[in-house]
Design a binder for this molecule. Structure first.
Ligand code: GLA
Length: 728
């Protein structure tokens, strides 16, 4: 019955319009508008994205004062051909070798798909080749997010060999364009790069096929009309592409001082042929606009992600102990059960068995062999995986396990049985990275195998596995598929193959928590998060590095998705030694976990861990669904500070860290945001017996905390503090 009303509602609210020349299409959220224009020649033009325009008809008679016989005004989805000469969103070569595509508006319809979510579909067609492109804009009113993608259908008589097929084109006019984007490497993901765009084209891209987000991330923020990044003031556009393969985001300031942004799959590895009758769906580009600085742009994306963009819809995974850095490959059942005992004793809620539990003929005792042979190693765990799951459950913990199903070691039975499943170019050798090859997810048989790795692992414990850490530890090299006829399809089909598997798995296992790990943060994107619940933010768990990694990651992806663990010292990646409190205080700004051998802790450390885990539970709902305010950037000086505020503004948690010694008397001033000025907040400092803020235990007005601010005595390197605020 409910279903019937939903269909009825869609039918009633969906009406196909055939706009006659010179009409406007408005795509609105509560505080933003995107306006398109069907001009008198039936071209779909781009007019505006930003602050709301209630009445688009006011554009009527708009004159850009450009020469009419030179180039075009900004187009909604520019194509190579006609008068357009900048980088196109779409380009194809047809069988008659014509390289032009000229799209004309045909019709559009607007559908209210659910409360506060509206989908606008605009059909364009090239009258000569009959190629059709549907532009789909989905507007999320409350989050001020608009997602867009294109659906390209070849209705013509010729094949179309596509060299460009972007998801989205955006055209912005401002005086200055300050681009913030992310760069990095393994164990140093999501570092901030910032630059004022100049004429020419700036490209952010990746061509590694898988594990595409270590070096750059398919996301950015763009501050308009300013040379300085401001958290709380000014107009900011933010964008993120939902795609886990090669991507390309380009930013070109043209001769009219307008910024042309194109975002989509990176078509660098050859054209993709669209056969007659075939449809190609590009991934979603997620946009938001804020008139209140970068902070609001992030909060918009976070809210959208929690409501629509993440598989778990923002439900954070349990706190956990992961076996990796505590045991690596060196464990037997008693080692693991002792870790489970300790995890329970410390107040953690899940135990995750990492790499090393499988491989019989080629036991996985190092990274040199075993991937592909997902049978448990009975020498290490004779009692079996189900025993461990039961043991954890018996202690009141959930149980998780690690798999890396897209990979195979040459030293494995799988590699011997199915050499044709390995990604490689025909007639050339496959390269190894971390001693492993990549399996060819373009091949449906490989998709079935990868599905079965997850499925069979679940069966090992009679489906009593609560969490899967899905890893992916290499990128594509010597690309090629023995299955494909046209290697130009490789990169796109690989990612689509991955999504096919994940979709099937989600249908069968809707409730298993699944983490996207790829040598740390190599697969952190909204394409993956459609199927995964969280990401492994980085293999680098060292406190100081984590400040920069989490600061960057949480600009785009909400804290509920970012796994953050406490590990031992000296840190295994950086060798740095930071206090346990500092490590806990930064790990508590995401989904808290531990990744060390509890047996090696002193009594004091053990006790402190219990205390920090207990205090995390007091405010974790704020990390999970609160609004993030970045108070002090770690790039600006000696401190980093953030806070999370509950929706009703009655509770908040403030977190601050000293990252550089600066002289004994220079305390930071941390002015708070997002609180209710008229409420009184009681402040309690957590995880310490020697509070660093004189106001600990006192009550302050929201007005005082916002207008005056806190001055905790965080002066020595790695001093840190967490304050819990509750309205009285
Ligand atoms: C990758 C992951 C680590 C760990 C190892 C296991 O490096 O990022 O967390 O799971 O693989 O081999």
């Amino acid at each position: 019955m409910k279903h019937f009303f939903f269909i009825l509602a869609i039918t009633l609210s969906s009406a196909i319009s055939h706009a006659i020349g010179n009409s406007y299409i408005s795509i609105n959220t509560d505080n933003t508008s995107l306006i398109l224009h069907v001009n008198t020649e039936n071209n779909l033009m781009f007019m505006h994205y930003g602050l709301p325009i209630g009445e688009a008809g006011q554009y009527s008679g708009y004159n850009s004062y450009r020469r009419v016989d030179y180039g075009t005004d900004p187009m909604a989805y520019p194509t190579r051909g006609g008068r357009y000469y900048n980088e196109p969103a779409f380009a194809a070569k047809y069988e008659d070798t014509d390289l032009n595509t000229e799209l004309k508006y045909v019709s559009h319809n607007i559908v209210h798909i659910q409360q506060d979510v509206t989908r606008t579909e605009i059909l364009l067609q090239d009258p000569k080749t009959q190629l059709e492109i549907k532009l789909i804009y989905t507007a999320y009113a409350k989050e001020d997010v608009i997602t867009t993608h294109s659906e390209i259908t070849n209705k013509g008589k010729q094949e179309a060999s596509m060299d460009h097929y972007a998801s989205s084109a955006m055209n912005i006019k401002a005086g200055k364009y300050l681009l913030t984007h992310f760069h990095g490497a393994w164990a140093g993901e999501m570092q901030i790069a910032r630059e004022l765009l100049t004429h020419g084209t700036k490209v952010i891209d990746n061509k590694m096929g898988v594990r595409t987000t270590h070096t750059e991330n398919p996301s950015f923020l763009l501050s308009l009309d300013t040379e300085t990044f401001d958290e709380n003031h000014g107009e900011v556009i933010a964008g993120a592409l939902a795609w886990s393969g090669n991507y390309k985001l380009s930013f070109q300031i043209d001769e009219f001082e307008r910024l042309n942004i194109l975002c989509g799959i990176n078509p660098y590895a050859g054209a993709y042929t669209l056969k007659k009758g075939q449809t190609f769906i590009t991934p979603d580009m997620i946009w938001t606009f804020s008139a209140e600085g970068a902070g609001q742009a992030s909060r918009n994306l976070h809210r959208w992600a929690r409501n629509y963009g993440i598989y778990s819809k923002g439900k954070m995974s349990p706190t956990l102990l992961n076996s990796w850095e505590g045991a690596y490959f060196d464990f037997t059942t008693p080692v693991l059960t002792a870790m489970i005992d300790d995890a329970a004793e410390m107040g953690l809620e899940m135990f995750v068995l990492d790499d090393g539990w499988f491989g019989t003929d080629f036991p996985r005792n190092s990274s040199k062999q075993g991937l592909g042979d997902w049978q448990p190693n009975t020498n290490k765990i004779p009692e079996g995986i189900e025993y461990l799951a039961n043991y954890a459950h018996g202690k009141g913990l959930k149980f998780g396990i690690w798999i890396e199903p897209e990979m195979v070691n040459p030293k494995s039975n799988l590699a011997k049985k199915h050499p044709e499943w390995v990604v490689k170019s025909a007639g050339r050798e496959a390269t190894t990275t971390r001693n492993q090859w990549l399996l060819d997810l373009c091949n449906p048989q490989v998709q079935d195998f990868v599905f079965s790795v997850f499925d069979e692992t679940m069966k090992l414990a009679s489906n009593k596995i609560d969490y899967i850490k899905w890893d992916c530890n290499r990128h594509v090299e010597s690309f090629g598929s023995a299955f494909l006829k046209d290697q130009g399809e490789f990169y796109v089909n690989y990612t689509q193959g991955l999504y096919n598997v994940l979709k099937r798995l989600r249908e069968k296992y809707p409730h298993v928590i699944v983490q996207s790990c790829s040598s740390g943060g190599g697969r952190v994107d909204y394409g993956a998060l459609k199927y995964f619940d969280e990401v492994w933010t980085s293999d680098n768990t060292e406190g100081l590095s984590r400040i920069f990694i989490q600061y960057g990651t949480n600009m785009i992806y909400p804290a509920c998705t970012t796994g953050s663990h406490v590990s031992t010292v000296p840190n295994h990646q950086t060798n740095n030694v930071t206090p346990l409190k500092f490590r806990f205080d930064i790990a508590a700004a995401g989904r808290l976990g531990m990744e060390m051998q509890p047996k090696n802790m002193t009594k004091d450390e053990y006790g402190f861990s219990q205390r920090a885990i207990a205090s995390y539970k007091k405010f974790r709902d704020l990390i999970e669904e609160g609004d993030l305010y970045r108070l002090v950037s770690p790039y600006d000086g000696n401190h980093y500070a953030i806070m999370y505020v509950s929706k009703d503004k009655r509770r908040a948690v403030v977190m601050a860290y000293c990252i550089k010694y600066q002289g004994r008397s220079k305390t930071p001033l941390i002015r708070l945001f997002g609180l209710d000025k008229n409420r009184q907040y009681k402040i309690s400092e957590l995880n310490t017996d020697t509070p660093s803020f004189w106001g600990n235990g006192k009550t302050f007005s929201g007005e005082w905390l916002i207008n005056q601010g806190m001055n905790p005595q965080l002066v020595k390197i790695y001093d840190s503090g967490i304050w819990y605020l509750e309205a009285e």
